[in-house]
Design a protein around this ligand. Structure first.
Ligand code: SF4
Ligand code: SF4
Length: 131
């Protein structure tokens, strides 16, 4: 099956993806070259770790190939994307910034299951209170 994300990489431009401690540990442990936490992440105004950008894109995007250099051990939030959780609306949404968002979920059921997983992930890793 063709990867929906092939030759896209839009969500990796000016990324604001937050990282759990588990995400950071996995990347540092798995990256083939020596890499430090401060090379890949910084603390944002909400005191959460966030992926760094270089030249307008995520530090891990191979810009010319439009490929993630850490695809096998990319952060959980990148795995869930384009599904995001809107705290104000209190629901999962497919992010409008993804030009192919309609291609991701064939059934309401699959969307519902992934939404539950996303909420559990946010509660466990970021101690967010989600109703
Ligand atoms: S999730 Fe959407 S924006 Fe990101 S690479 Fe895939 S198709 Fe593109
Ligand atoms: S880690 Fe990979 S998938 Fe996530 S924003 Fe960076 S390049 Fe994109």
């Amino acid at each position: 099956m063709k990867n929906i994300c092939e030759n896209c990489g839009e969500c990796c431009l000016e990324t604001e993806m937050i990282l759990s401690q588990q995400d950071i540990d996995l990347i540092v442990k798995s990256y083939p070259n020596k890499i430090k936490k401060q090379d890949i992440a910084f603390k944002n105004k909400n005191e959460q770790f966030q992926l760094k950008n270089i030249d307008g894109h995520c530090v891990f995007l191979n810009y010319s190939a439009k490929k993630c250099k850490i695809y096998e051990f990319r952060p959980q939030g990148c795995r869930f994307y384009p599904l995001i959780y809107d705290i104000n609306k209190k629901k999962c949404l497919l992010d409008d910034d993804c030009p192919r968002k309609e291609q991701f979920y064939n059934t309401k059921q699959s969307l519902k299951i992934t939404c539950s997983n996303l909420k559990r992930f946010l509660e466990q890793q970021f101690t967010l209170k989600i109703d």
